[in-house]
Design a protein around this ligand. Structure first.
Ligand SMILES: Cc1cc2nc3c(=O)[nH]c(=O)nc-3n(C[C@H](O)[C@H](O)[C@H](O)COP(=O)(O)OP(=O)(O)OC[C@H]3O[C@@H](n4cnc5c(N)ncnc54)[C@H](O)[C@@H]3O)c2cc1C
Length: 529
């Protein structure tokens, strides 16, 4: 079966279904050149961040750069870069994690992470937003010196010199009604590229028509024409980093070892970067010793401080057939301030066309349905990830610990969010197309009922971050210092979503790419000293 859906056909949540088309052995098409024995700069992970760093270092001509990526070369399958084929990417580009959303409940949720050049930027929804300045004020207050908003503008500008952004992408009729419903509630239609403020509007997208503008597309393609000093090695999984004193020297991969003469840059994302550090002996020494891993450095912050945007769903059955969507099934958004004391909106809504449950064992699919899903923009709950063994082949346990903050800020905010979803659904313009509320169902009205509903059905918008937190060197949970160097080490930097000192208000990919642009600058400046 050669299943390539048109936008008229329903699409399914990534990471759950595999289609025959994906049985093709894409690794056969990927240039599996021999692995170099050494280089100057070794970047591990070619995702949103790693692809940018590798390209910038190569262009700066400061030495030989090797990029190792566990997944395939995305260029071997053009469908991967086609945004309108989102959700149809199959298991060969997916790590296939499961995560525990709420402590003390055994439900597990599919926790998608891409495994390919371009990383999650190649299977995300391409919502592309710049966080408000207040987010970076918080970063700075948490010890991220030099990361204040004014100094980051140039990096966001650099990204836009490489990446095409659709500022006002077209929306389908249901998404248009969502926007009009917000206007009926008294909100403004906002260009969210200009400001992150209360309002409704289409999501700006990092795409050029249907062509994704992921970091691999924008910075690495065509791979065959990359500068000679950049060697991209796909289908190569790093298993361990070897340290000598305060230096990281060698990366052991499943295809052999590579020595790095100058720096190693870890960019395997918020789940794999702490996993790889722990497997290499960096983490909580007691825990590592119990697992039989020889400790190298006691950094208990590795794998802790996991923060993600938790969301809840108002699921509605429509009284009509759902129209085809134009590029992504998540075309429009609404930002709300449920608490006027907050510096920026505390709720961000995804309006999702077509609904599929993300829970293990609950994979029900509703036809002609939509969901209005608020997420807590700056959650206070923190999760963690824990190794289950000393083997890289064993996925870590991912504890999202949603709604674990002692004062209940996250759950209270999300209850407000669900009530906001209902208000929007009840507007004249929106209610015209609604048949009935599927979930939580009209009977669930009280705070207690909505709390129970959220604890059982909450979802993720796939924004894990913070697991190798950047901060003040004196803080016990700091993993990297503001120059992104692993605390106590000279030449290992972590540069991906894991270094966020705190969550940003909006979808995080643009911020990850900004971290990469700044990381490249820091490395190049050091090389030229
Ligand atoms: C389904 C989904 C939808 C999303 N939608 C949006 C959106 O619309 N807008 C938005 O802003 N954000 C979105 N995000 C989030 C955003 O895409 C990610 O936060 C961002 O891409 C993370 O970038 P990264 O560089 O930290 O990690 P990644 O992009 O995950 O890159 C890590 C790379 O490292 C590789 N790797 C891992 N381990 C190893 C190893 N041991 N050796 C070698 N390579 C390794 C992986 O294969 C991967 O390619 C979405 C995420 C998902 C999963």
């Amino acid at each position: 079966m050669n299943f390539r859906p048109t936008s008229k056909q329903p699409r399914f949540s990534r990471g759950i279904i595999s289609y025959d088309i994906f049985l093709t052995d894409f690794s056969m098409k990927t240039s599996n050149q021999s692995l170099p024995e050494n280089c100057d700069y070794l970047v591990i992970g070619g995702g949103s961040a790693g692809a940018i760093i590798a390209r910038r270092l190569a262009d700066a001509n400061i030495g030989r750069v090797v990029l190792v990526e566990a997944g395939i070369n995305d260029q071997d399958d053009p469908a991967l870069q086609n945004l309108s084929l989102l959700d149809n990417q199959g298991d060969h580009t997916e790590w296939g994690f499961l995560a525990y959303p709420v402590a003390d409940r055994n439900n597990r949720i599919h926790y998608s992470r891409a495994k390919m050049l371009g990383g999650c930027g190649n299977h995300n929804d391409c919502a592309f937003l710049i966080p408000p300045d207040s987010d970076f004020d918080r970063w700075k207050n948490l010890g991220a010196t030099g990361w204040e908003a004014s100094s980051l503008i140039k990096y966001f500008d650099r990204i836009e010199s490489m990446v095409h952004v659709e500022r006002q992408p077209p929306v389908n009729p249901e998404s248009r009604r969502f926007i009009d419903a917000g206007i009926e509630l008294g909100l403004k239609e906002v260009d969210f590229r200009k400001s992150i403020t209360e309002g409704v509007g289409p999501f700006p997208l990092n795409s050029n028509g249907d062509l994704r503008q992921s970091s691999s597309v924008a910075y690495l393609h065509p791979v065959a024409e990359l500068p000679e000093n950049l060697n991209v090695c796909c289908n190569t999984q790093a298993a361990r980093i070897i340290f000598e004193g305060t230096k990281a020297t060698v990366v052991v991969t499943d295809r052999g070892s590579i020595k790095a003469n100058r720096e190693i840059i870890l960019a395997t994302g918020a789940i794999h970067s702490p996993q790889l550090l722990m497997l290499s002996g960096v983490g909580d020494q007691k825990v590592l010793t119990e697992l039989g891993i020889e400790p190298v450095a006691h950094l208990p912050g590795v794998g802790s401080n996991l923060v993600d945007h938790s969301s809840a769903n108002l699921i509605l059955a429509l009284n009509r057939e759902l129209s085809p969507w134009t590029m992504t099934c998540c075309e429009a958004t609404m930002l709300l301030k449920s608490n006027s004391q907050e510096p920026a909106p505390d709720l961000l809504y995804h309006f999702v066309l077509g609904v599929r449950d993300k829970y293990e064992g609950r994979e029900s699919h509703y036809t002609n349905s939509v969901k209005i899903s608020p997420n807590v923009t700056r959650p206070k709950s923190r999760g963690n990830l824990a190794l289950v063994s000393s083997q890289i082949s064993d996925a870590p346990r991912i504890n999202l610990n949603y709604f674990s903050d002692p004062l209940g800020y996250d759950i209270d905010t999300l209850i407000q969010g669900l009530r906001g979803s209902r208000k929007l659904a009840e507007t004249r313009v929106f209610s015209e197309m609604v048949d009935h509320e599927i979930m939580p169902g009209p009977d669930a009205q009280s705070d207690d009922q909505l709390t129970e509903y959220i604890l059982n059905t909450c979802e993720t918008v796939y924004h894990p971050s913070g697991t190798c937190k950047m901060g003040n060197p004196d803080a016990p949970d700091t993993v990297v210092t503001p120059d992104l160097k692993l605390k106590g080490f000279d030449n290992l930097r972590v540069c991906d979503a894991s270094v966020f000192p705190d969550m940003v208000t909006v979808n995080i990919n643009n911020t990850v790419m900004m971290v990469a642009e700044k990381a490249a600058d820091l490395i190049i400046q050091d090389a030229k000293r």
